[in-house]
Design a protein around this ligand. Structure first.
Ligand code: ZN
Length: 321
């Protein structure tokens, strides 16, 4: 049976791009609910300038309040060494660093050139190895940039080679602004894999132009075994103000489950988390499965329903002896 690992990014990429500011307790509850649904690896905060990203200002407090479990990995996203030091001190189990394929985007996002971010990553990677903490790196705008337009696959492959020198736990290819189409994914993934045999790859898609799930399928077909999702599809895109966020985790899970792919995440429980975050944010979220419901109906849920209504399924049994 094929397997895909789901990395939930709602508490970071999702909430970071929501206008509603969730309190620390609500964030912690969100994360606990996600873990209870079976997700074992998730981005819980980004350690960035709180003046620029007020949604993540309580990163340390969130980490402090999270229950520690040997089987759960809390990822802290960082953009530089200072962020890494904060994430390490806060007790993250894994560090995610970002290097942007587009120089212009890199400068806007993290205030330095791509070259400087690569150098920062190599320093962070060495520090992470020394501290015995897992570190991975994401290549952002790998499929297109709002400022520079198309990004040549050769550029992404070259960057992947360079960041691989830091021996990352994995390399992620991110469609940061949601412009990718599946044919790009089908082309880029094998090229990166050919350049770096054996390097674990992850993909991160935004549904800004409704191609996110198709891209996730293309990544799966190309052999990518780790995919990011955001429950409810919460979040957005700073470069497309009315846009939706990452691909909704539950929609992704629905597709994978129906394809017979194992994830170990409970879809019904995930849908409950989607409903919960919807009320927390006070707006309908973009996820489709939350509106349509799953198919076929969960056998477990049906069984539970039948058990709670012992005479409902068989009219004859309503006759008591
Ligand atoms: Zn993202």
């Amino acid at each position: 049976m094929k397997r895909v690992e789901i990395v939930e990014v709602g508490p970071r990429d999702g909430l970071q791009n929501e206008s509603v500011l969730l309190g620390t307790a609500a964030k912690v509850e969100f994360i606990n609910r996600i873990v209870a649904a079976g997700v074992r690896r998730l981005e819980v905060a980004s350690f960035v300038n709180p003046k620029k990203v007020p949604q993540m200002a309580d990163a340390e407090e969130v980490l402090k309040a999270l229950p520690r479990r040997a089987d759960v990995t809390y990822i802290g996203l960082v953009l530089n060494r200072r962020g890494f030091d904060r994430a390490l001190a806060a007790g993250c189990n894994e560090i995610g660093m970002v290097v942007v394929a587009s120089d212009t985007f890199n400068a806007r996002n993290q205030g330095v050139t791509t070259e400087e971010s690569v150098a920062a990553w190599l320093e962070i990677a060495a520090a992470a190895h020394a501290a015995n903490i897992r570190a991975q790196v994401t290549i952002s705008t790998a499929f297109g940039c709002p400022f520079e337009g198309e990004i040549a696959p050769a550029r992404v492959v070259e960057l992947a080679r360079r960041v691989a020198a830091g021996r990352p736990h994995e390399i992620a290819l991110a469609d940061t602004v949601g412009v990718a189409v599946p044919s790009q994914v089908s082309e880029l993934v094998p090229r990166v894999r050919a350049a770096l045999p054996g390097m674990p790859l992850r993909c991160h898609f935004h549904n800004t132009r409704n191609t996110g799930i198709a891209n996730a399928y293309a990544a799966f077909e190309a052999g990518v075994e780790v995919l990011d999702g955001s429950i409810g599809g919460i979040g957005g895109c700073p470069f497309a103000p009315a846009a939706t966020g990452n691909i909704p985790t539950e929609d992704l899970l629905y597709m994978l489950e129906r394809m017979g792919v194992q994830t170990d995440v409970d879809l019904d429980a995930l849908l409950e988390v989607g409903r919960w975050i919807q009320t927390q944010l006070g707006r309908p979220v973009p996820g489709m499965l939350l509106k349509a419901g799953r198919f076929p109906k969960s056998a477990q849920r049906e069984a539970a329903l039948a058990a709670s209504l012992p005479f409902a399924s068989n009219p004859k049994s309503q006759v008591r002896a």
